[in-house]
Design a protein around this ligand. Structure first.
Ligand code: HEM
Length: 425
C-alpha cells in the first residue's frame, strides 16, 4: 500500500483553495501552482527572489555551495562549474558511467533474490557520480553516506516544517546526531581532497576544476569552499537520481504493459551485450518512463524562494517583501488540467511531442531559469544507462505485504525502501 500524509495535506489544500494558497505564518507563505506564476518567479523576475529560508537552515551541512549560494557568488561559481556539465563533456562520460553501472549490477544483483532497490540504486548512483566527478568510486561508503544524509535531511525538513528548533549548538540528541552526520561527510570529503592533492595527479574531472580554479585576484578556492561544492554535488548528484530510478522501477512493476514495452525497447536498442552509449538517444519509451516517473515522484518535490521586494504575479496576486514561496512539484505535476487522470502512470503522455502541448511550467522536475539543475543532462544519460543495464538483465517485481511511503525530505525518498524480487530475463 502506498501511504502519503504531509504530501496529501498540501495536495488537498491546493484542491480546496485553488492555485494559490496563503498561509499566515510568521513570514506569510504562498503555495503557487499556476505555471505562469511559477515561470515569473523562476525566470521572468528571478532577480527579485533568493532561495527560501528553509534551505538556508541546511547551511551547516551544505555550506555555501552552488545549491545554496546567491548572486554574485552563485553566478561566478556557476560559470566555473558549467563546462564540467556541458553536453559534450557529459557525453564523454557515458562509457565510464556504463562500465561503472555494469560492474556494480553484475557484482551485486542476483536473480532469485530480494533486495531493497532504493539502497542498491543509491550504491550504483554514488559509484557513478563519484567516478565521473571525482575519479574515485565511493560506493563502499554507501551505508555511511545514506545514513548521514537521511539524518541531515530529517533535521533540515523538521526545522522547515515546524519553523523552529533549539539552537544548533545546544547538545540535544537531535543536534548531536546532526553534527555527527555532518562530521562523517566532512571527513569523507577531506580525505578525498587530501588524497588527490597528495597524489600530484591532474585530471579533467570536477574535483580538478575546483582545485585549479583561481578567483579574479588569482587566489585558489579555500578547502572549505571546495568541500561545500563537493558535499552539494554528492547530495544533489546521487540521491536525486537514485530516488528517481527507484520510483521508476516501482511504477514499472505496477504496470505490466509499460514494463513489457520498456524491456522490448531495451532489447531492441542495446541488445544483450555491453551498453553502446551512442545508442541511448534511440530510447524513446524508456525516456518517457523516466519522464513520467519524475512527474509522479519528482525527487526535488518542492522548490522554495523568498521575495526580496514586493511583486505582483501574472495571476494578479500581490506578494509582500520577504514572502516565502513554495512551488510543490509533487502537486503541480498532478494538475488534471494538464495531466488527465493524473494519478495514473502513463509514459505515453511524454511520447510524440506530448510535452509541447502543455505549458512549460506545468512540469519542471529540473526547475527552470538561472538556477535550473546543472546536472540535468548528466542525470538523463545516467538514468538511461542504468535503466538499460538493469532492464537488459532483470525484471523486478514488488514483494507483497510491504508499506511503501514517499517521504518528503529535501528529496522524495521511499521511507521504508522498496523491496523487490529480482528475476533473470
Ligand atoms: C533526476 C535527477 C535530478 C533531479 C530531479 C534534479 C533536480 C534539481 C532541481 C529541481 C534543481 C533546482 C532547485 C531550485 O531551483 O531551487 C536542481 C539544482 C541543482 N542540481 Fe539537480 N537534479 C538531479 C540530478 C542532479 C545531478 C546528477 C547533479 C550533479 C551531478 C545535480 C546537481 C545540482 C546542483 C549543483 C544544483 C544547483 C544549481 C544552481 O543553483 O545553480 N543534480 N536539481
Amino acid at each position: 500500500m502506498l501511504v502519503m500524509d504531509y504530501l496529501s495535506v498540501i495536495k488537498k489544500c491546493v484542491e480546496r483553495y485553488g492555485d494559490t494558497v496563503v498561509l499566515p505564518f510568521k513570514w506569510p507563505t504562498y503555495f503557487l501552482n499556476d505555471p505562469e506564476d511559477i515561470r515569473h518567479i523562476l525566470v521572468t523576475n528571478h532577480r527579485n527572489y533568493v532561495k527560501a529560508r528553509g534551505l538556508k537552515l541546511g547551511r551547516r551541512f551544505l555550506g555555501e555551495g552552488l545549491l545554496t549560494s546567491e548572486a554574485p557568488k552563485h553566478t561566478e561559481r556557476r560559470k566555473l562549474l558549467q563546462p564540467s556539465f556541458h553536453k559534450e563533456k557529459i557525453a564523454s562520460l557515458g562509457r565510464l558511467m556504463a562500465n561503472t553501472a555494469t560492474s556494480q549490477v553484475e557484482n551485486r544483483w542476483q536473480a532469485g533474490t530480494v533486495a531493497d532497490i532504493s539502497t542498491e540504486l543509491a550504491r550504483v548512483t554514488l559509484a557513478v557520480v563519484t567516478k565521473a566527478l571525482f575519479s574515485r568510486d565511493l560506493s563502499d561508503e554507501t551505508t555511511n553516506v545514506q545514513a548521514a544524509l537521511t539524518i541531515c535531511q530529517h533535521y533540515i525538513e523538521h526545522r522547515v516544517r515546524f519553523g523552529w528548533g533549539l539552537p544548533e549548538h545546544w547538545p540535544t540528541p537531535m543536534n548531536r546526531r546532526y553534527r555527527n552526520a555532518i562530521a562523517v561527510f566532512h571527513e569523507l570529503i577531506r580525505t578525498l581532497i587530501l588524497t588527490r592533492r597528495n597524489s600530484g595527479q591532474t585530471s579533467s574531472d570536477l574535483l580538478s576544476v575546483l582545485l585549479e580554479a583561481r578567483d579574479e585576484r588569482g587566489e585558489p578556492l579555500t578547502d572549505n569552499e571546495i568541500r561545500d561544492e563537493l558535499v552539494t554535488m554528492l547530495l544533489a548528484g546521487h540521491e536525486t537520481t537514485a530516488n528517481a530510478l527507484s520510483w521508476a522501477f516501482f511504477l514499472l512493476a505496477t504496470n505490466r504493459n509499460a514494463e513489457e514495452q520498456f524491456h522490448a525497447e531495451i532489447d531492441h536498442v542495446f541488445g544483450k551485450g555491453p551498453i553502446d552509449v551512442g545508442k541511448a538517444t534511440g530510447l524513446r519509451y524508456t525516456d518517457a518512463v523516466f519522464a513520467e516517473s519524475l512527474r509522479l515522484y519528482p525527487p526535488v518535490w518542492r522548490i522554495g524562494r523568498r521575495a526580496i521586494n514586493a511583486d505582483t504575479l501574472p495571476g494578479g496576486l500581490h506578494l509582500p517583501p520577504n514572502a516565502e514561496i513554495a512551488m510543490h512539484l509533487f502537486v503541480a505535476h498532478r494538475n488534471p488540467k494538464y495531466f488527465p487522470d493524473p494519478e495514473r502512470f502513463l509514459p505515453e503522455r511524454f511520447l510524440n511531442g506530448g510535452q509541447h502541448t502543455r505549458p512549460r511550467f506545468s512540469y519542471f522536475p529540473f526547475g527552470g531559469g538561472p538556477r535550473i539543475c546543472i546536472g540535468e543532462d548528466f542525470a538523463r544519460l545516467e538514468a538511461a544507462i542504468i535503466l538499460g543495464v538493469i532492464g537488459q538483465r532483470f525484471r523486478l517485481t514488488l514483494e507483497p505485504g510491504q508499506r511503501i511511503k514517499a517521504d518528503p525530505l529535501i528529496t522524495l525518498k521511499p521511507k521504508y525502501g522498496i523491496r523487490m524480487r529480482i528475476h533473470g530475463r
